[in-house]
Design a protein around this ligand. Sequence first.
Ligand code: SAM
Ligand code: DTB
Ligand code: SF4
Length: 352
Amino acid sequence: MPLHDQTTTKSAALSPAEVHSGTVRTDWTRAEIADLFDLPFLKLMWHAQETHRSWHAAGEVQLCTLLSVKTGGCPEDCGYCSQSVHHKSGLNADKLMDVSAVLSAAAEAKAAGSQRFCMGAAWREPKDRDMDKVVEMVAGVRALGLETCMTLGMLTDEQARRLKEAGLDYYNHNIDTSPENYGNVITTRNFQDRLDTLERVRASGISVCCGGIVGMGESRADRAGFIHALATLPCHPESVPVNALVPIKGTVLGDRLNETAEARIDDIEFVRTVAAARITMPRSMVRLSAGRESMSASTQALCFMAGANSIFTGDRLLTTGNAGAAADAHLFAQLGLVPLRGEEPARLAEAG
Ligand code: SAM
Ligand code: DTB
Ligand code: SF4
């Protein structure tokens, strides 16, 4: 049965009044988060389940689709990325796609049951001359009845304002890792640059999607630092993507992982990171993002138990493969998961 035909549960339509009104803490200490990581695994999972079930409809998973609207040729040097000009990943640089082609891809995503359409561009920041086309994409995708998300790099206040005006629902901008590890991953912009853009996005009234990558050779302390940086933002991101590094040949981090088997992160440690995100940011959607294609069904099931409740569907991420509709339909059937149809708790609370 296709993903979007599976029955939704009654909790798909939580009203604002039904949304949990408990406290969302933004004063987590690093030691508290490190302690979460150190818990016996079953205890950590129990905490994560308790938190998850008091804020979210357990078993409902949000479906999002990605499209790379401008691929390759990026001047940044992110150590994991196929699209950086600093890497020899064999990817050609393309121009910004035509609006009509983006809208047909969005219509396909909607027909496949996706709730949100996320458009990514390999830019350090958008040029003002690109903005007319970009806002047309936002307005067009929204008119199809999809939630809109964009990830275009750093933004100015004016660019954020224009995106909001066009109807952009979410902006994705990842901190990627802990502040201490950041310089080992990217050198062409710093952690504060990322926080500045996040602040501009927040101030413009666009919801924030912010997370990072696990499995880049970072330490457990870095993973705790990464979650701490997100969970102590003045307002938690509405969406928190947790990516498992996709090791792309020709990238610094991908080559290191491909050449050193022991550099691969343990699945249980990945699940612990998802659980820590869920417990510390209870109201946010936690997205099990890149890396699912090579993840076993059992590890993905543990991630859902740990509180992940959003995925990217389809057979493509930006430049790499994704699990695909058939595999996901099978996984949902195996686990009794259904697509989220209602509004997210954080957005309901904001509306409420
Ligand atoms: N250029 C924009 C930027 O970096 O802000 C947007 C696109 S960028 C590809 C979006 C995010 O995808 C990155 O911040 C990173 O977290 C994630 N990502 C990119 N390549 C990845 C890989 N090989 N494995 C896992 N996640 C990856
Ligand atoms: C995010 O955190 N993950 C997505 C989305 N935001 C833009 C991107 C994943 C990219 C994976 C590697 C690739 O396909 O190039
Ligand atoms: Fe450019 Fe984004 Fe890739 Fe970094 S992650 S190289 S900014 S496309």
